[in-house]
Design a protein around this ligand. Structure first.
Ligand code: FES
Length: 312
């Protein structure tokens, strides 16, 4: 028999959905909870201690590799594919008959991959702004909880308690899923790992653009100008009478830090926020945490005026 539509049932269902999902009236419960997490200053004490430890870790040049400077974008999202993929596959085998050994091996593989992924994640986390660190902290706590559940699952399977092993595995998958959702919030809502200079480069007008008289740029000093609406930092170098003008988009590709307030040394600018270092001549990120180079300009001097053009 066909179910008769009633306006009451429909509006009750809509009200229930609105409580959890965003609606035209505003964010739902999930979004509000994560937004509250961004503002949870009570997490800042723990963040400060952890950040000090992570920054002190003797990682040397490996720190940049963990950020993903060699790849041009963060490496952590790539590394989490192994544990998540292995654990998801283990869950699939757990619902099939006769797949105990395979499922156990995948749980162990996921545990082996979780460690390196976590190290890369902590290296990135230590260079974030406080609202991002708060969400990142809970993201990490979920993942630690998932690792504990999967370690328990592996132990139970080894002891022949396969029912418990499966149960702990499903619980671990649920918790790692919650952690993954927060990871998505970090990446897509809070723009962690995105190139914060890319959108600005796209707004630079094409062709040569005048930015002022050469005399407006004292040698060795950083001067902030705009090209169209895009802020740029300009540095004039005077080497034995030869004038060279260098210019980069002013917002750091890492998290938008003000490069015009950065330190100039050895032909590079060092971001005042987290220390990413960019070569002035071409914007190359010689040191992270920035994983993307900084958009750079060519410069020419015509009749005493400086003109800039975005490099290809
Ligand atoms: S904003 Fe983080 S290094 Fe520039």
């Amino acid at each position: 028999m066909a179910t008769k539509y009633t306006g009451h049932t429909g509006s009750a269902a809509r009200r229930a959905a609105r409580r959890v999902l965003p609606s035209a009236d505003g964010p739902g419960r999930v979004m509000s909870a994560v937004d509250r997490l961004e503002r949870a200053t009570e997490l800042d004490g723990a963040s400060a201690k952890l950040r000090t430890w992570v920054k002190k870790a003797p990682l040397g040049r490996a720190r940049d590799a963990l950020h993903g400077r060699w790849l041009g974008h963060p490496v952590h999202p790539l590394m989490v594919q192994l544990p998540i993929g292995a654990w998801l596959s283990a869950a699939a085998l757990d619902v099939l008959p006769g797949q105990r050994r395979g499922a156990g091996a995948l749980v162990a593989l996921g545990l082996a991959g979780a460690g390196p992924a976590a190290v890369a994640g902590w290296a990135d986390w230590a260079e974030l702004r406080p609202p991002q660190q708060r969400v990142g902290l809970v993201h990490a706590a979920c993942n630690i909880g998932a690792v504990a559940l999967y370690a328990g699952s592996l132990g139970a399977r080894g002891a022949g308690r396969h029912g418990l092993g499966r149960l702990l595995g499903f619980a671990g998958l649920t918790v790692v899923g919650a952690g993954g959702a927060l990871g998505g919030h970090l990446a897509y809502r809070q723009a962690v790992g995105a190139n914060h200079a890319e959108g600005l480069a796209a707004r630079v007008p094409s062709g040569w653009q005048p930015v002022g008289e050469l005399a407006d740029f004292p040698p060795g000093e950083v001067v902030r100008r705009t090209v169209g609406e895009v802020p740029v930092m300009v540095v004039r170098e005077d080497r034995e009478g030869t004038q060279t003008v260098r210019a980069l988009v002013e917002q750091c590709s890492h998290l938008g830090g003000p490069l015009a307030q950065g330190e100039i040394a050895d032909g590079c600018v060092r971001c005042p926020w987290h220390g990413s270092t960019f070569r002035l001549s071409d914007g190359w990120n010689v040191q992270g945490p920035a994983t993307a180079p900084q958009p750079a300009f060519e410069a020419r001097i015509v009749e005493g005026r400086v003109h800039l053009r975005l490099r290809d």
